[in-house]
Write a protein that binds this ligand. Sequence first.
Ligand SMILES: C[S@@+](CC[C@H](N)C(=O)[O-])C[C@H]1O[C@@H](n2cnc3c(N)ncnc32)[C@H](O)[C@@H]1O
Length: 289
Amino acid sequence: MESNTNPVFDNSVDGDGIAPMFEQKAVWLEKQKRKKQIEETSGVERDAYFGYQRIAAESKTGRVLQHFNSVARYYDFMNTLLSFGIHHLWKRTAIRMLDLLPGDRVLDVCGGTGDLALLAARAVGDTGRVTIYDINRAMMEAGFHKVNSRALEKQIQYVQGNAESIPFADGFFDSAMVGFGIRNVTRMAKGFEEMHRVLKPGGKMMCLEFSKPTAPLFRWLYDVYSFQIMPFIGQVIAGNRKAYMHLPESIRMFPMPDELSALLKKIGFSRVDYRKLTNGIAVIHLAIK
Ligand SMILES: C[S@@+](CC[C@H](N)C(=O)[O-])C[C@H]1O[C@@H](n2cnc3c(N)ncnc32)[C@H](O)[C@@H]1O
């Protein structure tokens, strides 16, 4: 059952000296709340967040499925439009940092339409294999047309399922990655634990996710863009304002880079490091099993 209480809107946000023009919307959670969010998503609690909305944990996966069903056919186009194409650069940088080797086996968790998987397939070559793992069939189908050669068909396989329970043996993969997906997983820590489990010892994990811009003025512009312009474009092009309001909300609920690093270390990853992209709009975490 969904609860109407919204503990996020209590104005206890990080201060940056810039007056929050969209106070009711652009809420970057303060540290204690983000911590709580990690604890909640680690499976101990009954509740989870869908954007700013607090909901029963067991209903989150269904809501996320619905959300991606409604955006799947527009997903790639909207990604490129809303990010001015920058997401392609971020993805290329992320794959370069993973330093994949020919012949590697790679798991793309929450792989969706397969952008990261396609880049990884190039890096691992003919003898390598990339598995796109996603809970939503419509998202994977929306990317089928990009697997458009015999070579790619051989290299890329699709498996449908939940990131919290990955149907592969321990130590099966050389690398595991998740791009803009872990935010949606009900128990985020469980998702990372599963990625850790299916990696070989010494295997690499990469997480590419949105975060909070560092410079206050840029962050203000980003907040205005996220809460005013993006939902408007979402309404006009995809006929779905709500879906494009959920996106900025879920980004503001996500742990900060240091907090995510701490979670990864707690799970058992070592050499955890991160790199901020475009003033921190996106962050790449790298870690070793
Ligand atoms: C924002 S898309 C990212 C797609 C792709 N990785 C990219 O970078 O473009 C998030 C994806 O995560 C998937 N997803 C959400 N929750 C999931 C879960 N619990 N298990 C597996 N996939 C999930 C969604 O279906 C969606 O395809």
